[in-house]
Design a protein around this ligand. Structure first.
Ligand code: NAG
Ligand code: NAG
Ligand code: NAG
Ligand code: NAG
Ligand code: NAG
Ligand code: NAG
Length: 482
């Protein structure tokens, strides 16, 4: 008995440590309120291509669950507000939902969170009384099949649950929602589930530009905002809003509940009055957000605390009602091309400097396929480059001049490199979900082809990559070097 206990204890300690070491994560929201989106299979490919590991959806659509099967991507799925009543009323409804909508696809599809209702305090219909009973029934259903430790149950909130968010240390929940929040927070604490909140510095800026500077909202501020009660310095609005939630939880003595940001982002386009909704600002916000999160800085009140954040949204959604900005939160257009470049690794900044050096020192840089990448990842990336990426891939078709050597690494290298050269040779243009590698060593010149040939290996940060071009110069972008 005693050794069994020790083993279990050691295992859970190890798991706790692994959890601590996991670091902050960036995911993406995959909203589908549109009539022109690619199929879920295509969307899942796009997500993998950009190396995104966490995805939030708003329901439990079967096609979407299937599309993410065996991809390793972790899904947060949702019970829509309209289904809360049924699930809150009868345990059997929750059991049936789990049995029919989730279990057939689990664990091939890695589901880790279920959001039961979304932003109910914003809804004109008052769903709030149904949320906690529905959460309890979903949790009970999970317990019955032994999944309550693997799949966490929570619900999402808007920042409107607070009556006060400034200064952060004065953060407080709106007492009108007390009868909803009290049992909810007890449920979260008891089950180690996170408090989920959608946070939009964009709205804070849009609605009171005289009180919030654009730089502060975009993580670009050169001066700090000081919380007079704590003396903590805030360099950006997102941190301040997260800490306002943290202090609101502390004020009610819920000290163990973690906060998770289930939506944030910036629109790339808006109505004429929404002057801050531009591709530049959206790129700045999301780029800085990713860097900030990946850096594991935490927030001023909780330095070093892991942050899990989902960017809203994968695609522009043409059927969302409201102002123009509502339909323009996407990182991608429905045809899967980027609205603006975004480096999901958050590590682009250092490399940009390297690249400037490389250019000025007159060495051509190339983007080629990593031979470490899996065949499937390479094929997906190749399909993307030759499709939405707009690379002309005629030359790598059978009997065309760049077809040999006939393998995925060689074909992907051709497509990656042409995409990279056509898109400004920036680091982001050589990402391909981690399967692209930028190199500054040239392949062999071939007199026979008056182009490039040879398959030889280079080592980049200890990884083996392969040059596999066998191609006339005029078909290979970036080969102007003589
Ligand atoms: C919503 O319903 C609950 C319980 O029925 C009630 O306590 C609460 O005041 C209502 N909230 C609003 C905003 O109407
Ligand atoms: C608190 O919530 C109630 C009900 O939704 C709302 O009418 C009121 O304006 C809110 N108070 C604050 C300070 O936000
Ligand atoms: C700006 O802040 C002041 C003081 O906190 C407040 O009274 C005012 O309503 C705010 N203005 C806007 C547009 O939110
Ligand atoms: C990253 O972390 C370091 C040290 O914790 C900090 O000085 C730096 O400002 C952080 N960078 C970003 C982008 O948050
Ligand atoms: C890169 O450029 C900077 C500034 O021009 C220079 O100081 C540095 O030595 C260069 N590095 C290399 C490797 O050429
Ligand atoms: C770049 O290299 C080529 C060939 O080595 C040389 O002819 C050319 O003058 C160089 N250009 C610059 C700007 O150094």
């Amino acid at each position: 008995m005693a050794s069994g206990f020790r083993l279990i204890f050691a295992t859970s300690l190890l798991l706790a440590l692994l959890d601590l070491c996991r670091g902050s994560t960036i995911g993406i929201c995959y909203g589908r309120n549109a009539d022109d989106l690619p199929t879920p299979d295509k969307a899942a490919q796009l997500v993998q291509l950009h190396n995104i590991k966490y995805v939030r959806i708003y329901d439990s659509n079967i096609q979407v669950l299937k599309a993410f099967g065996n991809t390793g991507v972790e899904l947060m799925i949702g019970v829509p507000n309209s289904d809360l009543l049924a699930i809150s009323q009868y345990q059997s409804n929750a059991d049936t939902w789990l049995k029919n909508s989730i279990l057939p696809y689990y664990p091939a599809t890695k589901i880790t969170y279920i959001t039961v209702g979304a932003e109910v305090t914003e809804s004109p219909s008052n769903f709030s009384a149904q949320v906690v009973p529905a959460m309890r029934n979903v949790l009970t259903a999970l317990k019955k099949v032994g999944l309550s430790k693997k799949i966490k149950v929570s619900t999402t909130h808007s920042l409107g649950v607070l009556s006060r968010s400034f200064p952060p240390s004065a953060g407080a929940f709106n007492s009108s929602h007390a009868s909803f929040l009290k049992p909810l927070l007890e449920f979260l604490a008891e089950n180690q589930s996170p408090f989920m909140v959608d946070i939009y510095p964009y709205y804070a800026y849009r609605d009171s530009p005289s009180n919030v500077t654009l730089d502060y909202a975009l993580f670009e501020s050169s001066s700090d905002v000081i919380d007079p009660n704590t003396g903590l310095l805030y360099t950006n609005m997102l941190d301040a809003q997260i800490d306002a939630i943290y202090y609101a939880l502390m004020a009610l003595n819920f000290k163990t509940i973690k906060i998770m940001v289930t939506e944030t982002g910036w629109p790339s386009k808006g109505s004429p009055k929404e002057t801050a909704a531009t591709p530049d600002n959206a790129q700045t916000y999301n780029t800085n957000l990713i860097r900030h999160v990946i850096n594991n800085t935490g927030t001023p009140a909780k330095p070093g605390e892991r942050l899990d954040i989902y960017i809203f949204s994968l695609f522009n959604e043409n059927r969302k009602p409201g102002l123009d900005s509502e339909r323009n939160w996407g990182l991608f257009y429905p045809d899967q091309t980027s609205v603006y470049n975004l480096d999901f690794t958050g590590k682009g900044s250092a490399d940009v400097i390297t690249q400037a050096n490389v250019t000025s020192s007159n060495v051509t840089t190339w983007c080629i396929a990593s031979s470490k990448a899996s065949e499937l990842d390479l094929q997906n990336a190749l399909d993307w480059a030759c499709g939405p990426g707009n690379v002309d891939c005629t030359a790598i078709q059978p009997s065309q001049p760049c077809f040999e050597p006939d393998n995925t690494v060689a074909h992907a290298s051709f497509a990656f490199n042409n995409y990279y050269q056509q898109n400004g040779a920036t680091d982001v243009a050589c990402s391909f979900g981690g399967t692209g590698i930028k190199v500054d060593k040239n392949p062999k010149r071939s007199s026979r082809l008056s182009g490039w040939q040879g398959v030889f290996d280079v080592y980049v940060s200890g990884w083996k990559a392969s040059f596999s071009f066998n191609c006339p110069s005029n078909l290979l972008s970036g080969s102007s070097y003589a």
